[in-house]
Design a protein around this ligand. Structure first.
Ligand SMILES: *Cc1c(COP(=O)(O)O)cnc(C)c1O
Length: 401
């Protein structure tokens, strides 16, 4: 057995099989490149589902983490610490909002958004107790907790995990008429991904998000944008909603906020909305810890320069141009996305997304299938044009083979 094979066998023997990883065992990584236990190098075109927007081992982020590791890493929220105020102030400012509630993982932040919207509904909007409804979209992905999978439409995510949390209404993504019909006096929030990542990088029709913004504003409903995957530079802007000129009532952030170093998530909103919480009503032992704040502060500073968004936009245009040329050549059916983010529908006869991913891996490129014959391309935003072009050459070779 090779070093990889024995490491994989051991992992499979001693872990729950809740993932089906590609058969690569990573031991180190830098920038857009990962190295496996046998010394082979791979171009990372997944970037931890956008958690690694700034690349592996980013010097600024590692230095910020190291410095904080030497000072203080965890206080719990029983005490204040000296990175907390800065983190909240800077993140609120980046979002053009007022207030921050820090958590750790994306799913926790979504849960936090749900609780916030419900409480806001009862205390501010005046919805009758226990009647609050949140409207979500079909094919959404908002995480894996029991409440969050309760409003998933993916059978794999839901089956055998009931009973489900009530209080959600599911409407087709991108259909403004259906959205309008679903809104009632009990609707406290609409929760959407501005671009649906897990669904295959689905971009809604032009005007949809602006339409949702108009409807929710007219009816005193919170527009919650889950920008966990789409936000923080990926699409060429700080937030994907910016492409539509839309400002939500609440951002849900995660993934890249932790710089690929530590899990950091947050709900960011107005004083009015997040002001509904009183001590004891919500929290997390690790949420907003000093290490998380130190890393996230560096992430925010890096985003403020605008250079990552600029590169994602510039190189993203090149990526979509190159992918667009593959459409209709007999191997690629369709391409969607924005910035350095693409869902590529492979002609099914060419193989499943999984098979294509495995063939790309053999050529030193790492991507991940989403559903069926769709692969997702989302390299770190620090990738060079040369590396991206090399990765695209490998994709062309796999599709030609
Ligand atoms: C990844 C993701 C989540 C869940 O984040 P976790 O950190 O895995 O819990 C939620 N929403 C979206 C849009 C995501 O991409």
């Amino acid at each position: 057995m090779s070093a990889s094979e024995s490491a994989i066998a051991a992992a499979e023997a001693h872990s729950a099989h809740n993932y089906h990883p590609l058969p690569i065992v990573v031991t180190s990584a830098e920038g857009a490149w990962m190295t496996d236990v046998e010394g082979r190098r791979y171009l990372d075109m997944l970037a931890g589902y956008s958690a690694l927007n700034f690349g592996h081992g980013n010097r600024r982020l590692i230095d910020a983490a190291k410095a904080q590791l030497e000072r203080v890493t965890l206080t719990s929220r029983a005490f204040y610490h000296d990175r907390f105020a800065d983190f909240c102030e800077q993140l609120a400012d980046l979002c053009g909002m007022e207030s921050v509630l820090p958590m750790n993982t994306g799913a926790e932040a979504v849960e936090t958004a749900v609780k916030t919207a419900r409480k806001w509904g009862y205390r501010v909007k005046g919805v009758v107790d226990n009647m609050a409804k949140i409207v979500v979209a079909s094919n959404n992905f908002h995480g894996r907790t029991t409440t969050v999978i309760s409003f998933s439409t993916d059978p794999e995510a839901r089956a055998d995990f009931g009973p489900y949390t009530p209080g959600f209404e599911i409407v087709p993504y991108g259909d403004l008429t259906a959205m309008e019909a679903a809104l009632t006096e009990n609707t406290v929030a609409v929760l959407l991904e501005p671009i649906q990542g897990e669904a295959g990088v689905l971009v809604p029709p032009p005007g949809y998000l602006a339409g949702v913004r108009r409807l929710t504003q007219e009816r005193n409903i919170l527009f919650i944008a889950d920008e966990i995957q789409s936000g923080l530079g990926r699409t060429g802007r700080t937030f994907a909603l910016e492409h539509e000129g839309v400002v939500p009532d609440m951002y849900v952030l995660g993934k890249a906020l932790g710089g690929g170093v530590v899990p950091v998530s947050a709900v960011v909103s107005s004083q009015e909305v997040l002001g509904v919480f009183r001590p004891g009503e919500h929290g997390s032992t690790f949420g907003g810890n000093p290490l998380a704040c130190a890393v996230a502060l560096e992430v925010i500073a890096m985003l403020r320069s605008g250079e990552y968004q600029q590169w994602a936009s510039e190189l993203g245009e090149h990526l979509h141009h190159e992918l667009g040329l593959m459409v209709g050549t007999g191997s690629v059916e369709a391409v969607r996305g924005r910035g350095l983010w693409a869902g590529v529908d492979i002609v099914p006869e060419r193989g499943t997304g999984r098979e294509i991913s495995e063939k790309l891996m053999d050529r030193g490129v790492l991507v991940k299938d989403t559903h069926g014959s769709t692969i997702r391309i989302a390299p770190p935003l620090v990738i060079s044009k040369e590396d991206l072009d090399w990765g695209l050459d490998q994709l062309r070779a796999v599709l030609a083979g």
